[in-house]
Design a binder for this molecule. Structure first.
Ligand code: ARG
Ligand code: ZN
Length: 877
């Protein structure tokens, strides 16, 4: 097989032909759908006269092709594996093609496919080429008019982008609807849905007084699960008007829920398509975390209408232009409507675990990559989350007012265009008058910058000297790195008063919570008039996506945990303190020495539990230990067993010593108020459930009784799921087995709840987890063709059950690679994602390295999709 070839950013050339209008007609049949496309084309005036017309097309059966009504002769075009070339087209013409496709056979879930008898599409990034021959690139923008024809009985609902303009009956029990989308758009935003769907409808009046109809389309049994998504949509629309001055532009906005979907959701113009897991909620089937995730994703897709659709990307190297900005926007929205500090803590905890790992591994890439083989592999934490951190830094650097002016300028200047990251940053530079040239390195350099900080208090001169040194490690293809412009928000916390001291730097006052700018490799900052010895609180709010080290004493961290005025850094001080204790325990475990709990950690936790008055949501975060994955990320070499044992030991020690406090905390936060996904209730539930986790760590009778009662009370899914997880993850199969059975029987009809049932079982720490995975893969509710099922079972096992996935005998690795090999044929995009944990082999001991590499080699020996090929080649490079 010929090796897939990379695409390079520097090879970008504008399209030779522009499409001004597209007319599409779909005759829907499962095995043979007929797609007629009528493209209005024009040669780009800058291009050569004999420039051929290149159209992308994959897995299409061409039935006819004509220019301006004249069928093309065989020598006028060339048909290949990946497209079609028309050799000497006129300057301005109409191209008509007819192709046949087979939605029923489409298990990759890109292009047009069938999910539960319902037709739907996923075109981003390059799925439209599986629907028809087209210049499938985001810088070709056209208006679309789409006629969908289907069986009236089984497909009563026929949807596409824009507004419905005509509908009618056809012979043979068929009917049609024609949709017009007046906004020029790239093909990746095309969407079609046809099925037996029901809708929930609402209205929104925009700031200029236009009425918009809002619809959420679902299968009938899900009609009761749309309230939260609808409320989230209306809040998002209002927030984008108030915060960014952005108004919705069509008369109709639709969301459709589908069961088989590779990602969370997709922002198709006027017709967002959602993974049902990312839109459906009910107090009895979804947890608080799911309610919040749905709210965030609904907002994200809605916000794309401006940051993505009205202004889109010139090419896929610019993906973070729309994704980084839109994630930043959805994070700010969620912070505004929920607890802002908790939102930041959750996002950063996730970022430092998962994005740091990606950036340190073989698939590390810049926020704006230079090349790719398969763009589907680049919907990554780096493009999305690091991209959002970079936009957040920009916003903080120029200040909100200038950022908003820059955003207005960007939307105004580039409306209806496909642009680049430079265009975006240039608007921010223009609006703020700042020079952002050094800042651009954030987009081009991969790897997590490391900052070593060192500070000294000079009593005699009342000065504090802070030295920062930055270094970005080499990443694949980038050995040399330039110093970055890194904004560091900080305070100096007085050790006597516990208050932030005024910051005086070079005679300039930065207030008590200020930002210093690190631009050189090393810089020393001299703060003057520092009246007492301070402890520095650095990188407040995680002001830059870096790894910052400072030689804190444990007492200093306990002090910051108690006193820092920045809620985020209080939490972070607690995490750092726990990490120091965990490091000792990991070493003790490795050396076979008896483990001793650091009393300073116990006292710091006791103080948290006793002090009261804290925001409950933040307190719950502060009481949560770093995850095994995060601990692993902080170790030079990952010792899976030692990490697991050390973390368990800390949990049990804290639980044993502070048992009564946790019990009191639990009881204080029990409530039988009717469930609402509101901040105060969510905070209460998470605090109560953190307490229950500690109590269950020692598995005494009282804790077991509480967990069992919470499970049986069946008050809401957050509490039920947490209790079931604790019972299932306990050492007591007599508790786990009946609870799992009851839950599984009760929810056998609900696919999204069954996903949770799978995850709970395969993440248990007991050594039978791997056998359970195998066993559950044969369960009737499981299917390799459904990405949610794969993620809930195999993905959860490989990513959330470290102790069992990394079994010393390599059986966990073998199981994963077996699934990857099968999925490589069925769904390459999901296969390429699923293999990720194996690509991190460098982080483990030699024996595990050999086992993991052995599995990667075994995968490499298969006939691979470009997706899996690219990841495997990088992992074994
Ligand atoms: N643009 C979508 C979103 O961020 C995700 C599309 C993912 N597509 C893909 N082929 N992975 O909401
Ligand atoms: Zn997005």
């Amino acid at each position: 097989m010929s090796e897939p070839k990379p695409t390079y950013r520097h090879d970008y050339r504008p399209p030779a032909y522009r499409v001004t209008h597209v007319g599409l007609t779909f005759e829907l049949y499962p095995a043979a759908t007929l797609v007629k496309a009528s493209l209005q084309l024009e040669r780009n005036p800058e291009c050569e006269l004999d420039e051929p017309l290149e159209l992308d097309g994959e897995q299409l059966i061409l039935k006819s092709i004509a220019i301006d009504g004249q069928p093309l002769a065989g020598d006028e075009y060339t048909l290949g594996e990946s497209g079609l070339t028309v050799h000497r087209p006129p300057q301005r013409f109409r191209l008509d093609t007819e192709v046949e496709i087979a939605p029923k056979e489409n298990t990759a879930l890109e292009g047009l496919y069938l999910s539960n008898g319902m037709y739907c599409t996923q075109c981003e990034a390059e799925g439209f080429r599986r629907i028809t021959y087209y210049p499938d690139r985001p810088d070709v923008m056209a208006t679309f008019s789409t006629t969908v024809i289907g069986d009236r009985g089984s497909l009563p609902v026929l949807l596409s982008n824009g507004n419905p303009v005509e509908r009618g009956e056809l012979p043979g029990g068929r009917h049609f609807v024609t949709w017009d989308d007046p906004f020029p758009k790239p093909s990746y935003l095309f969407a079609l849905v046809a099925g037996d769907l029901q809708k929930v409808e609402d209205r929104f009046t925009t700031m200029s007084g236009r009425e918009v109809t809002l619809q959420i389309w679902v299968e009938e049994e899900n009609l009761g699960k749309t309230d939260h998504a609808m409320a989230s949509l209306k809040r998002s629309m209002q927030w984008d008007e108030e915060t960014y001055g952005r108004e919705y532009d069509l008369d109709l906005f639709m969301i459709v829920a589908v069961n088989d979907f590779n990602m969370g959701a997709m922002e198709n113009k006027g017709l967002n398509i959602f993974n049902s897991a990312a839109v459906l909620t009910h107090p009895h089937t979804a947890t608080d975390a799911t309610f919040q995730r749905v709210e965030g994703i609904v907002a994200h897709e809605y916000f794309h209408n401006w940051s993505g659709n009205r202004v889109t990307c010139r090419d896929w190297f610019q993906l973070s232009l729309k994704e980084g900005f839109t994630v930043f926007r959805d994070q700010c929205f969620s912070a505004d409507v929920n607890s802002a500090p908790v939102k930041r803590i959750e996002d950063v905890a996730f970022f430092r675990t998962a994005q740091f790992a990606e950036d340190a591994g073989p698939t590390s890439h810049p926020v704006r990559p230079d090349h790719y083989i398969e763009i589907g592999n680049f919907y990554t934490l780096t493009i999305y989350e690091k991209g959002a951190e970079v936009v957040r830094m920009l916003c903080n650097l120029v200040g909100w007012e200038a950022f908003r002016r820059g955003s207005d300028l960007y939307f105004e200047r580039f409306d209806g265009q496909a642009v680049t990251i430079e265009d975006f940053v240039a608007c921010m530079a223009e609006a703020s008058g700042q020079d952002l040239s050094q800042f651009m390195h954030w987009y081009s350099q991969a790897g997590t910058p490391e900052i070593d900080a060192y500070g000294e208090y000079d009593y005699a001169h009342a000065e504090y000297h802070l030295t920062l040194r930055q270094r970005t490690p080499a990443t694949p293809g980038q050995s040399e790195k330039q110093p970055l412009h890194i904004p560091i928000r900080m305070g100096l916390v007085g050790t006597k008063t516990g208050r932030d001291l005024p910051l005086m730097l070079n005679g300039e006052s930065l207030g008590s919570d200020g930002v210093i700018h690190l631009r050189e490799e090393e810089q020393t900052y001299v703060f003057t008039d520092v009246s007492e010895a301070p402890i520095p609180s650095l990188l407040r709010g995680f002001s830059a996506p870096v790894q910052l080290r400072f030689p804190y004493a444990r007492e200093d961290l306990a002090f910051l945990l108690a006193n820092d005025s920045d809620g985020f850094n209080r939490w972070d001080a607690g995490q750092r303190l726990a990490m120091l204790a965990l490091d000792d325990l990991i070493a003790a475990h490795r050396n076979g020495v008896e483990k001793v709990m650091d009393p300073r950690v116990v006292e710091a936790f006791r103080a948290l539990l006793e002090r009261g008055g804290d925001d409950k949501a933040v307190l719950a975060e502060m009481l949560t230990l770093p995850s095994e994955a995060y601990i692993a990320e902080q170790q030079p070499l990952v010792d899976v067993e030692a990490i697991h044992a050390a973390r368990d030991f800390v949990k049990q020690s804290l639980a044993a010593t502070l048992r009564d406090d946790f019990l009191r905390l639990y009881e204080e936060n029990v409530s039988d108020a009717p469930y609402a996904p509101e901040p105060e209730q969510i905070a209460q539930r998470s605090l109560k459930n953190v307490a229950l986790s500690y109590l269950m760590a020692i598995e005494d009778e009282q804790a077991i009784e509480l967990a069992r009662r919470q499970f049986e009370a069946d008050h809401n899914m957050t509490d039920v799921r947490h209790a079931l997880t604790l019972l299932t993850h306990s050492s007591r199969d007599d508790l786990a087995t009946p609870a799992l059975r009851a839950f599984g029987e009760k929810w056998a009809h609900d696919s999204l709840v069954m996903d949770q049932w799978f995850t709970i079982q395969v993440t248990r720490p007991q050594p039978d987890a791997l056998d359970r995975v195998k066993h559950l893969m044969a369960h009737p509710a499981f299917s390799l063709k459904n990405p949610n099922k794969v993620r809930a079972l195999v993905g959860a096992f490989a990513n959330q059950n470290r102790i069992n996935f990394h079994r010393a005998d390599g059986e966990g690795y073998r199981l994963l690679s077996d699934v990857v090999i099968e999925l490589n044929r069925l769904n390459p995009e999901i296969a390429a994602r699923l293999v990720t944990p194996l690509t991190r082999w460098q982080r483990f001991d030699e024996s595990r390295q050999a086992l993991m590499k052995g599995e990667l080699e075994r995968i490499r020996a298969e006939k691979l999709s470009p997706n899996v090929y690219e990841v495997i080649e990088k992992a074994l490079a």
